[in-house]
Design a protein around this ligand. Sequence first.
Ligand code: SAM
Length: 370
Amino acid sequence: MTDDLDGWRGRAAALAEGLARQGAITDSAWREAVAAVPRHVFVPAFHDDEAGVVRAGDPRWLDAVYSDDTLVTQRKEHDGSAWSTSSTTRPSLMLRMLELLDVSDGMTVLEIGTGTGYNAALLSERLGAENVTSVDIDPELVEAARGRLAGAGYVPRLEARDGALGCPGRAPYDRVIATVAFERVPRAWIGQVRPGGVVLADVRPRGMTWAGALALLTVGADGTAGGPLVSCTWGFMSARPDVSRPGAPEPVHIDATSVRSRTSEVGAGALRTPGLSLLIWQRLPGINAYSEAGGAQITAPDGSWAKASGRVPAHVEHGGPSDVWTRVEEAHAWWVGHGRPGVEDFGLAVGPDGQRLVHRGRGRGMGGLG
Ligand SMILES: C[S@@+](CC[C@H](N)C(=O)[O-])C[C@H]1O[C@@H](n2cnc3c(N)ncnc32)[C@H](O)[C@@H]1O
């Protein structure tokens, strides 16, 4: 080992201290876990947009590994573009989630999205590896994580499988934590958590990552689950439907030959407004939204599309079967009429019929959405 690597304990302790200082860690047990896990073992290399692949031995490597940044650890080509398909998430988000999970000694946890294995190592350090199960859709990542975890002294149960199916072999769990985003909370997770247990997941659309939040759900005895949405500035990458594809939005064929235009009191900023963006997603399931010069474009699965400028009154161009921007305007009107609720004014209810966004209102009771 080099001198630098011998000094990893100091770096890990400094990372833990920094996370505590910024409020991501309040529980001393997690602080001790961060200080005890050698993060560099789990991130032997990462991709950097400017420097390319940064590996162990590069002077930038160790600083980055013990920083509070997300590091992309796997990239794959798909349809001519490079997609990030695995990463180690910024520690402040990971630790905030681990605290929200509210674990206590002896609890069992299923993690969806093993990635580098770092989060599984933190869980193993905190709860004992025998209580930790972690799955990833990519067998190569699982095998690499298994080796690193064992090297660091942890032997949790790891499986290569689609996390949407959970991991029934070791169910029921006290907790499920997903470190990869899903559009819908899979029913399998709820079935695999004991009543009173918790599912914590980043729930966001693949095509509109401006919407979404962490869902902190408590599982009921009747097989349903519900709870608040927790605002989170940074989200996770979207789940892959299979190992050969990234979690990319579904392409939509649009007919741009007949363009209509009008003005609107709602501009492109609505798509990025926390709380409102959730309502837009709910009214337009399957929406794709992306920035364009001076505004944004949305497409709906039926081929309806609209481009809106950022300034209000906004210039709107639209085409396809319906004027899809009216759905954005309806969501905006509901949002204004209900006092401009933010992400944390909403919750999620998951039942046999699927998932439903619920407005929690002032008194935090669950209400319907207009
Ligand atoms: C942000 S990384 C997880 C980071 C990880 N927890 C860590 O500590 O390094 C997301 C991971 O989810 C995995 N993933 C994507 N789709 C998945 C799916 N459908 N089921 C299970 N894992 C999936 C990816 O392969 C990737 O490794």
